[in-house]
Design a binder for this molecule. Structure first.
Ligand code: TYD
Ligand code: MG
Length: 455
């Protein structure tokens, strides 16, 4: 058998070598050599294909027509929302997430819906047999739809099936299990992932075929494989959630066709993933009314306001140095807010352990969460509940000032809708007429003022 010609190239600087090297002699980086197919020299007079075709010329900006990207619904509203309104023809989407989080489940549900509404779907699984996929499909209630299953890990054969079936959507589960016959290395290696992704990219663009790839994540949460994978695809989505909670969140971290801050919320049930149209209700469901150390925060996820319960527990430290631990918020941010509370509001926290947690396993990385953390911590320190019916949001500065944040009106409306009667917000966000939503809006200028208003 003819062994394919390959070379090893440094993923950092591109230097090539006929054999694997531990350290790149050119750039000095360690463990960066990956196998790739050796490119034969171009035939005399031949040229590489170019994006613009032969004889492409520059055009004046004003003469270029606007092309409204057409969207195809996946049939799952929350998935469409994260994609920016649906799949764009010819786009390559990468869906990453931890094992067992529900990537295959979501895509099988989407594939079935898509096949019902739009056209044939080819679902390639390199991880499960057709019978296993069908077994799951039966639980999900996949009906009679032109959905083709292919248990295959060879990219070339997947592309042959694409040629034969001409599907309207291709799903590859997962990019780490497929390989190309052009390389001798094992599936999942940097070279194989890059080669397979590139081949799928050419197929997607060439045939205007929307393609969704599943990606595994590494221990520290990044997508496994080369960074170039994230550059190659048009959209990178992460599927997240706590193993012990039933809710799952899907968010975009890169999207060439839409906003990246959008969020889709699902609940994992016995019959697959169910969209959660009202996430605030889900995240506040188990809140204990009147418990000290609990505050309700209105945060924004993309264009959508969500109410969350921020919990804090302050207890005297038994060890020498006090501990500050967080779940769902940045630990450094908590340290900063505690320093502000000590200096500007006279709270003595030096000898106290402080734990902060966002209930429901949600993660917030918004500055407007500051006031939620402050309210929860103070409520725990004083061992008194936050005033009934109160929700908060706002950013805290080092001088102890409370700074205005964006989308204030949307946040207040969401709080009012969820039955809150008071919102403690930055003074800079109060505009006359806000109270019309049935919720009293209280503006605060400093953390000190905040303490008087929330407790
Ligand atoms: P799966 O989609 O296989 O995860 P991934 O592809 O991300 O590795 O999801 C598997 C988990 O989902 C599994 O632990 C069982 C659970 N599950 C349900 O709770 N209900 C269902 O209807 C299905 C199909 C799976
Ligand atoms: Mg899977």
């Amino acid at each position: 058998m003819r062994v394919p010609k390959t070379v090893f190239a440094c993923t950092n600087c591109g230097a090539q070598s006929p054999k694997w090297l531990g350290r790149c002699p050119d750039c000095g980086a360690w463990n960066t050599f990956a196998e790739e197919a050796a490119t034969p020299p171009l035939p005399a007079g031949g040229a590489r294909p170019s994006l613009g075709g032969p004889g492409s010329k520059a055009r004046l900006y004003a003469d270029v027509d606007m092309q409204q990207a057409e969207r195809i619904s996946t049939g799952i509203g929350e998935f469409d929302r994260v994609l920016g309104g649906g799949l764009v023809p010819g786009s390559l989407v990468l869906l990453g997430g931890e094992p067992g989080i529900g990537k295959s489940t979501l895509l099988l549900q989407a594939a079935a819906e898509f096949a019902q509404r739009t056209g044939p779907v080819l679902y390639c699984s390199g991880e499960e047999s057709e019978h296993q996929v069908k077994g799951r499909g039966e639980r999900l209630g996949v009906g009679d739809a032109p959905l083709y299953l292919l248990a295959e890990t060879c990219t070339e054969r997947i592309l042959d099936e694409v040629q034969r079936l001409k599907p309207a959507l291709l799903i590859v589960d997962s990019i780490q299990t497929v390989y190309s016959t052009k390389l001798t290395s094992a599936p999942g290696t940097v070279g194989q992932i890059r080669e397979a992704a590139t081949q799928l990219l050419f197929a997607a663009k060439g045939q205007n075929l929307p393609t969704v790839l599943v990606g595994h994540v590494t221990k520290d949460g990044g997508l496994a494989g080369p960074k170039v994978l994230e550059h190659v695809v048009d959209t990178v989505l992460y599927f997240e959630g706590e193993r012990h909670h039933t809710h799952r969140v899907i968010r975009a971290v890169k999207n060439r066709f839409g906003a990246v801050s959008e969020l889709g919320v699902f609940e994992m049930t016995g019959s697959g993933l169910q969209a959660v149209p009202n996430p605030s209700a889900l995240f506040l469901a188990e809140r204990q009314l009147g418990a000290p150390g609990s505050a309700v925060l209105c945060c924004m996820e993309g264009s959508r306001p969500i109410l969350l319960e921020m919990q804090a527990l302050v207890s005297s430290s038994v060890y020498g140095s006090a501990r500050r631990m967080t779940n769902g918020v940045d630990q450094q941010r908590l340290a900063l807010l505690l320093a502000v509370l000590e200096k500007r509001a006279g709270l003595n926290l030096a000898g106290e352990d402080v734990f902060v947690n966002v209930a429901g396993g949600f993660t917030v990385d918004e500055r407007a969460a500051d006031l939620g953390i402050v309210a929860a911590v103070v409520s725990s320190v004083r061992n008194r509940p936050v005033r009934a019916g109160t929700a908060v949001f706002g950013e805290v500065g080092l001088a102890g000032e409370v700074r205005a944040t964006g989308q204030a009106l949307l946040r207040v409306r969401e709080a009012a809708q969820m039955g809150f009667t008071r919102c403690v917000v930055p003074a800079g966000n109060v505009t006359p007429g806000d109270g019309a939503s049935g919720c009293e809006v209280v503006g605060v200028r400093t953390v000190e003022e905040t303490l008087d208003e929330v407790i």
